[in-house]
Design a protein around this ligand. Sequence first.
Ligand SMILES: Nc1nc(=O)c2c([nH]1)NC[C@@H]1CN(c3ccc(C(=O)N[C@@H](CCC(=O)O)C(=O)O)cc3)CN21
Ligand SMILES: CC(C)C(=O)C(=O)O
Ligand SMILES: [Mg+2]
Length: 269
Amino acid sequence: MERSPAVRLTRETLYKLYRSSQKIAALTCYDATFATLLENAGVDILLVGDSLGNVVQGHTDTLSVTLDEMAYHTRCVARGTSRAFIMADMPFGTSQISPQETFRNAARLMAAGAQMVKIEGGRHMVDTVDFLTCRGIPVCAHIGLMPQSVHQLGGYRLQGRSEIEAERLLEDAALLQQAGAAMLVMELIPAVLAEQITQQLAIPTIGIGAGAACAGQVLVLHDMLGIYPGTSPRFVKNFMLGAESVQTAVRNYVSAVKSGQFPASEHRF
Ligand SMILES: Nc1nc(=O)c2c([nH]1)NC[C@@H]1CN(c3ccc(C(=O)N[C@@H](CCC(=O)O)C(=O)O)cc3)CN21
Ligand SMILES: CC(C)C(=O)C(=O)O
Ligand SMILES: [Mg+2]
């Protein structure tokens, strides 16, 4: 039975895709026009990413993006959609102090139209994930390369290379799921590790630079349209090449994710 069009795609619908082994297609989105386009092209999750610091604001990292800015872009995306699932990033500095403060900040993004917030961090975010989840805010955890920690990590580098690092990420994933995380984004980790983590978990994993075994994939919109200046990371594919319109490019991305064709071996580590 089709739900009424007024009802937004729910987390249960995403879980249904996951349980029936259908891949979840996600893209970042920052405004109403693209929100409508992506929704009509079949994108399951619109992520209002703090990557807007790079692609919208022209910064070289995501660190200066504010909660007000995230709420503004979340409102723009929400107005452009009627059924897409909207996830919003908690920007740098809004989830680090305490679970209480994080809840207050996350509530702003939920009020702006998000159905779930995403928080960068491993085991040290367990209390926060539990606090939010118990109080009605679904959380997507984000491990591996955490761009908000770029100065700690020493660059946008592949994570989980050594056995010790890989073991730690496996444990982080299990702890975050146990704390109530509804989904898990894994960024820039070896494909075999992402596969192991995906198999270990009962919640959907969404990969970016994490191979094809994840339950879903996400890319930055401007990267997959080939319009972000500079050289792209290895995990990016330009879907505008050979496509006659933006709509077609996005549709091709959705089918490539659903069929498991993307990411191919040249996009993995
Ligand atoms: N436009 C855009 N796309 C993104 O994917 C993105 C942003 N902005 N802003 C926030 C972070 C930064 N990200 C990045 C940035 C650079 C690399 C990168 O250059 N990676 C190289 C080296 C990997 C390695 O071998 O260690 C690569 O080839 O993928 C990866 C992720 C991901 N996020
Ligand atoms: C790349 C995705 C996962 C993200 O966090 C963002 O766009 O900010
Ligand atoms: Mg982000």
